[in-house]
Design a protein around this ligand. Structure first.
Ligand code: THU
Length: 138
């Protein structure tokens, strides 16, 4: 993908951050996931007064892509207001691994200009995968 496409994805992640509902943590997050056909799906974290019901920005982006039938993904951008670039949490990495290959690019951007990138495989080298389910005893 082009630099321009990556900038578009970054901007979509920051636009999603503006929609964040994070009154409890005070930690707004935006995400933008790019499908193989170039379509972009946004997500933001959505917290709840019943704290455990909150959901991360990355999973909102994945689920909104899945409902459209989007199948392959090549990059996810994350935007935060943290001082250092934040990788997705472990739960989001596992959800990403369900729908993307381990070479998915993960870019994280901060409001202060700091950024970092990883591959999904470098952040989650041993995902739990569907083929493991066939080795159960039932
Ligand atoms: N959060 C995300 O949206 N993505 C992550 O990968 C890590 C954490 C959210 C969850 C919660 O609303 C807030 O950030 C603080 O943990």
């Amino acid at each position: 993908m082009t630099r321009q496409a990556d900038h578009k994805l970054r901007d979509a992640a920051f636009a999603a951050l503006e929609r964040s509902h994070a009154p409890y943590s005070g930690f707004p997050v935006g995400a933008a996931l790019r499908a193989g056909n170039g379509a972009v799906f946004q997500g933001c974290n959505v917290e709840n007064a019943s704290y455990g019901l909150g959901i991360c920005a990355e999973r909102v982006a994945v689920f909104s892509a899945i409902i459209t039938g989007a199948g392959t993904f090549d990059c996810i951008a994350i935007a935060t207001e943290a001082e250092e670039p934040a990788p997705p949490c472990g739960a989001c990495l596992q959800v990403l691994a369900e729908f993307a290959t381990l070479d998915l690019k993960v870019h994280s951007y901060c409001r202060n200009g700091a950024e970092a990138s990883w591959s999904l495989g470098s952040l989650l080298p041993h995902p739990f995968t569907a083929d493991l389910l066939t080795t159960g005893t039932t």
